[in-house]
Design a protein around this ligand. Structure first.
Ligand code: SDX
Length: 428
């Protein structure tokens, strides 16, 4: 337990309060404030800027250094040498798999990629122009109706099969939401294809002709999945943990995570970046400067989408890898001079030289370049956050599983009440 203490003195309290201080394996120490309740005091931290909600061993972020580690492995090394299925194993079980473990894990995922045939009927209730995130939210939550056989969250084997089912079925449901939007028939997963390749097959193949997935796109897609896999206690992961702390089933918890991710301040930013680049239109100096000025204008709620981060006060390491991958993919497509890539690079260059962004330590985040690659692959912008959700499912379910594998309490924050004091109902 703690061998160090923090001492808090509060005006009006006759004695100081001693609070335990804990150190993790990396990162800032934490002050355990739970005893404050007994002293009739709460902490106050809107937006949880300085609050550790839990202990976790899955992912570590150092915002000052722009460092991201998954079970200790740096994201740039994983992106270079690993693949998404192996990263899923690492995040869920804590260590890299040996060949036999990898083969078994990949085979279990492959054999769960199909969805129950009745799930096809869910889609018919949506308008054809429904945003695919709304479809994903609904259908994933609805999976709970199909898997009562293994939903005892106190049982590790039930938690594991739910994780496998979610990792496996998210790409299938995501591709179905796209096919429903464009009015094409759903495509079944193929067991002879890899994870990312299978997703692109389900997205773009049709019954009318043979479809070969472009290997450049499959590799880029796998890397995009890896770069979005997990990111500590971000808003959507915290949502999944909070929902899971009530004992809700894993499908409902992941549906809650999808809902939280949808917001433009979070996972919805990748779609918003493309809309912003469309709005900017050309990479002329005055045009880009006009949008930089809008982003700096206090009276204008325009923000530079894909810029800034709650934790990173330096480059988001994922943005660096994403930018390299964007250059690679577009060069291989003979589109190194893509106009939107030109605008994005110019925007980044001007912003990073501007005092406003420097002072606030605002750098490109994971969403700034991802949309340009996805668009180059022919993926519509309304599918960008869906792809983020597919990728992040392993992060969400790994944190959910980590929480349930340990002792936990229902997450129930308190408040600073500023409403009316007690008053009587007026007598008539
Ligand atoms: C993701 O948490 C995670 O880990 C998330 C994520 C993950 O993998 O799970 O990394 C994924 O969500 C990445 C972020 C995607 N969102 C965007 O790109 C949207 C644009 N970014 C901003 O909305 C903002 O930067 C946030 C929401 C990301 C962070 O906001 P904070 O930490 O609450 O910071 P803030 O809004 O208080 O900003 C501090 C200052 C403010 O100016 P002042 O009031 O100090 O004068 O910086 C300004 C803000 O106005 N600012 C921006 C800006 N981001 C912050 N100004 C212009 N453009 C921006 N993008």
């Amino acid at each position: 337990m703690a061998d160090r203490k923090a001492t808090l003195t509060v005006d009006g309290l006759d004695k100081a309060i001693e609070l335990p201080v804990y150190s993790g394996s990396m990162g800032p120490d934490v002050v355990d404030v739970r005893d404050l309740v007994g002293q009739g005091i709460f902490t106050y931290d809107p937006g949880f800027m300085a609050t550790s909600s839990c202990q976790s061993a899955i992912t570590y972020i150092d915002g000052e250094q722009g460092m991201l580690l998954h079970r200790g492995y740096p994201i740039d090394q994983l992106a270079e040498s690993s693949n998404y299925v192996e990263l899923c194993y690492l995040l869920l079980f804590g260590e890299l798999p040996n060949d036999e473990q990898y083969t078994d894990f990949e085979s279990r995922i492959t054999n769960h990629t199909m969805v129950h045939d009745q799930i096809n009927n869910f889609f018919k209730g949506f308008r054809r122009d429904a945003h695919p995130m709304s479809i994903l939210c609904g259908v994933v939550g609805g999976l709970a109706a199909f898997y009562h056989d293994h939903m005892d969250i106190t049982q590790p084997e039930d938690r594991e099969i739910s994780a496998i089912r979610l990792i496996a079925k998210m790409p299938t449901i995501a591709a179905m939401s796209y096919k429903y939007n464009v009015g094409q028939p759903f495509r079944c997963p193929r067991n002879d294809l890899g994870y990312a390749e299978n997703f692109l097959h389900m997205m773009f193949s049709t019954p009318c002709e043979r479809y070969e997935v472009n290997p450049v796109f499959a590799k880029a897609m796998d890397r995009i999945f890896m770069l979005h896999a997990d990111h500590e206690q971000n808003a959507s992961t915290s949502t999944v943990r909070l929902a899971g702390s009530t004992g809700a089933n894993p499908f409902a918890c992941i549906s809650a995570g999808i809902a939280a991710l949808w917001g433009p301040a979070h996972g919805g930013a990748n779609e918003a970046v493309l809309a912003m680049l469309d709005e900017i239109g050309d990479d002329s100096e005055e045009n880009i400067q006009r949008f930089i000025n809008k982003a700096k204008d206090k009276d204008d709620n325009f923000k530079l989408m894909g810029f800034g981060h709650r934790v990173y006060r330096n480059f988001d390491p994922r943005a660096k890898v994403m930018k390299e991958t964007t250059d690679e993919v577009l060069a291989q497509l003979g589109r190194a001079d893509d106009p939107q890539l030109r605008i994005a690079k110019r925007l980044e260059q001007i912003a990073l030289e501007d005092e406003y962004f420097i002072e606030r330590q605002l750098y490109p985040n994971v969403d700034f370049y991802s949309g340009i690659i996805l668009k180059a692959m022919g993926i519509p912008t309304n599918m960008f956050t869906v792809i983020f959700a597919v990728a992040r499912t392993i992060g969400w379910i790994s944190h959910w599983n980590e929480m349930l594998s340990d002792s936990y309490k229902i997450n129930r924050p308190r408040q600073l009440y500023t409403g009316h004091t007690k008053r009587d109902y007026p007598t008539k």
